[in-house]
Write a protein that binds this ligand. Structure first.
Ligand SMILES: NC(=O)c1ccc[n+]([C@@H]2O[C@H](COP(=O)([O-])OP(=O)(O)OC[C@H]3O[C@@H](n4cnc5c(N)ncnc54)[C@H](O)[C@@H]3O)[C@@H](O)[C@H]2O)c1
Length: 312
């Protein structure tokens, strides 16, 4: 049987590059799209077919037409909540217009079925629901432009299905961490802490650190994304552990792994940040057979080890 072809946007990024590795290992033929605005070529295997292009450019549609993939995994995005709060138009331009540009590219390939797997944010979609963990049926009430822009594309996908027959799956991620996460951005507390702790640099916790997020190791996310691709169910599927972990606890576990002995310095909370969110993923377990396998302790240890190797 001829190998399946996958087009991965955001391929040079944190999650995208792990997905690329897995797809290649599973025998897919893989092409990536990334403008390298935050992604890095070093995240990708040598000789990988990466198209360095902004997702908003018309050339993206030509790439879809040329590659004619079986699957499009859409991960390219403006991912910073803070940037989205400062520049909502820029955020929407990438996350809404860029995604629509891609959808138009898929729609234009009329003689082949292309399925899109849209990777979006469950950590921001639900806002701060009264009942936790949040289910997929929990009302969506994003509190940041980023949460709103990512969610907007979720509302387009069923419309494209109805009008144009597009097949899709929606994956709503909690807070993802692991090797290759960018420690220079404003998101990704694990990467930021690990890098600062190992580099003996000062680090601060925004707010009192009692805020809770749902941390999932990147390898578990890739498992779920692939299961969704193999399936014909649209979701949305939460990808979470169902358990909240405080920023203070992350600090503590990482400090133990990184030999960091300084106390944390606290700073005022940031605009758009959510205080408490964790996701119920029993739907993904039931319909896709997915459950997270890596414990927080093991995942943080692996991540700290990776950052240590980078700093050597
Ligand atoms: N990391 C998380 O905790 C998390 C949580 C929820 C959802 N997500 C979603 O997962 C996806 C991947 O996130 P990540 O954490 O790997 O972030 P990342 O920043 O490492 O990856 C995003 C990639 O997209 C690329 N990109 C950005 N703007 C682009 C543009 N205009 N054109 C082409 N490429 C562009 C970047 O260069 C980067 O390589 C995003 O869609 C994000 O919204 C991530």
């Amino acid at each position: 049987m001829a190998s399946k072809t996958a087009l991965v946007t955001g391929a040079a990024g944190f999650i995208g590059s792990h997905l690329v590795d897995r797809l290649i290992a599973e025998g897919y033929s893989v092409v990536g799209i990334d403008d390298l605005s935050s992604g890095r070529l070093a995240n990708l295997p040598d000789g990988f077919d990466l198209r360095n292009i902004d997702i908003r450019k018309p050339g993206v549609r030509d790439i879809v037409a040329e590659v004619r993939p079986d699957f499009v995994f859409h991960l390219a995005a403006q991912i910073s909540v803070s940037v989205s709060a400062r520049e909502p138009v820029k955020d929407a331009d990438v996350n809404v217009m860029g995604a629509l540009n891609l959808l138009e590219g898929i729609r234009a390939v009329e003689d082949e079925k292309i399925k899109i797997i849209y990777v979006t944010s469950g950590g921001t979609a639900y806002g701060e629901p009264a009942v936790l963990p949040a289910l997929e049926s929990t009302p969506v009430r994003p509190l940041s432009p980023y949460g709103a822009s990512k969610l907007a594309i979720e509302t387009y996908l069923p419309v494209y299905e109805k009008i144009f027959g597009l097949e899709y799956s929606i994956i709503r991620l909690a807070n993802i961490y692991g090797p290759r996460q960018d420690p220079h951005g404003e998101a990704g507390v694990v990467a930021i802490f690990a890098k600062a702790m190992l580099g003996r640099k000062p680090l601060k916790i925004f707010g009192n650190g009692n805020d809770e997020r749902d941390y999932v190791f990147v390898g578990d996310v890739v498992d779920c994304v692939l299961k969704a691709a193999e399936n014909s169910l649209p979701g949305p599927f939460n990808v979470g552990t169902g358990v909240g972990t405080s920023t203070n606890r992350i600090f503590e576990v990482l400090a133990a792994n990184c030999g960091h002995t300084e106390k944390a310095v606290h700073a005022p909370p940031r605009a758009g940040d959510i205080n408490r969110i964790f996701l119920d993923a029993t739907k993904a377990a039931r319909e896709l057979g997915w459950t997270p396998r890596i414990s927080l302790e093991d995942g943080l240890k692996t991540t700290a080890e990776w950052f240590r190797q980078q700093s050597d």
